[in-house]
Design a protein around this ligand. Sequence first.
Ligand SMILES: Nc1ncnc2c1ncn2[C@@H]1O[C@H](COP(=O)(O)OP(=O)(O)OP(=O)(O)O)[C@@H](O)[C@H]1O
Length: 455
Amino acid sequence: MDQYSLVKVIGKGSFGRAILVQPINEEQNYVMKEIRLPKIDSGVRNSRREAVLLSRMKHPNIVAFKDSFEADGHLYIVMEFCSGGDLLQRIQQQKNVLFAEDVILNWFAQMCLGTRHIHEKRVLHRDLKSKNIFLTDSGTVKVGDFGSACSLNSAKAYAQTYVGTPYYVSPEIWDNKPYNNKSDVWSLGCVLYELCTLQHPFQSCSWKNLILKVCRGAYAPLPSHFSYELHYLIKHMFKTNPRDRPSVHTILSSHRVSRLLHKHMMPENKERERTHHWRREEGEKVAMFLEQKSFVTRTTTEGPLQVEQSPVVNNSIDDPSSHKRWVVGTCSTVLGVLGNADIISTGSMANTERADLISEVKCVEIQERRVRKQWDRDPPERLLSVLEKVQLCYGFETYTIHRDEHGDKVDGHEETITNYSRLEPRSDDEDTDFEEEYSYDLINELEKMMDEHKK
Ligand SMILES: Nc1ncnc2c1ncn2[C@@H]1O[C@H](COP(=O)(O)OP(=O)(O)OP(=O)(O)O)[C@@H](O)[C@H]1O
């Protein structure tokens, strides 16, 4: 503590103060968060988690960790100072003058880059909102406040469940489903919408209607001057079924908006994105290669050559010794279709012998759309009746509910259980599996919380 001099208090959160400090031997200012340590051990462990998780993040779009220590019953976390304030403050300063689309896309691309880094570390932020996204003097956007975040490799993180800040909470949370990476995407969608309209996407004068709107994904359309891509992105980020929402990785690499986002990225960020992008020259090279490549795939010792059935046009199926070839022209059409397709499930391909690949792809897309429609559902009645009794002014607060410790058998400061299968790289169509393993009776917890408020 002695190595920092106090400049001023910049704000108060629900767990303590945020103080602007300067290290004795440095010119630069930092923010020191002072968090009262609770009396009980589990509470102390939860408080320390913010420091542990923040220290694991190293990315230009995440508030940088400097130091943490404990003194006089407080935990202190020292981090980078973002002198441009938070996005909520910036939105309020606008006084109803909308931001230009260029500015919005530039900020949003940076938010996505920061959030993708968090998700790549198998961490869920769980409280993304305009108040937790900061700006530096140079206009760099930084995701901050890991007070609600949880690591999927940490058993103790499961000891508490999440409510978040109700205006930013996704439909699956109200439906008692586990929090997952797409729930963070929903919250990012809320921030993006706020930047576009200076309003919350889901607003109402009662909680009941607010949650109804969230669960139905019912929001007022963006002003029409915004690009088609931005409208399309918002629509997808507010899909009520998390499986239909794009992951942050998809938004940055293969969504209809990706190209537009890349245009607004800093050169250093573009460099990494380029490696993820399907470039035309590369596509043509692959097409040429496939065209030349022979396609016999399996032989047996006893019988003649077995030609594996595939969706490739076969010129001489009756002659087992001849090679199958990709037909000139097919590849570029396939690439065209693949370029426009969303996520393609290859599972059903094997059932269709020598099917035309292009119509197969289209068919899978149509089937997926049909299945997706069935997911729409109304929010639970019990939740709605609870919400009728709640005051809307609680909507901006972050809520965290602590689980009963007895069931956890979590003891000791740094205990973690690593589930290695969760650390494996995943393809985009699997990425909703990145979620908390426990689910809770959130409504029951809310009822208890309301009772406490009344006392
Ligand atoms: N790294 C930072 N740079 C600049 N300002 C910051 C930084 N971190 C926090 N602040 C500001 O300090 C104030 C308090 O932040 P803090 O995170 O402690 O609580 P909060 O976000 O207001 O509430 P909550 O308890 O819900 O997290 C806020 O106004 C916030 O904008």
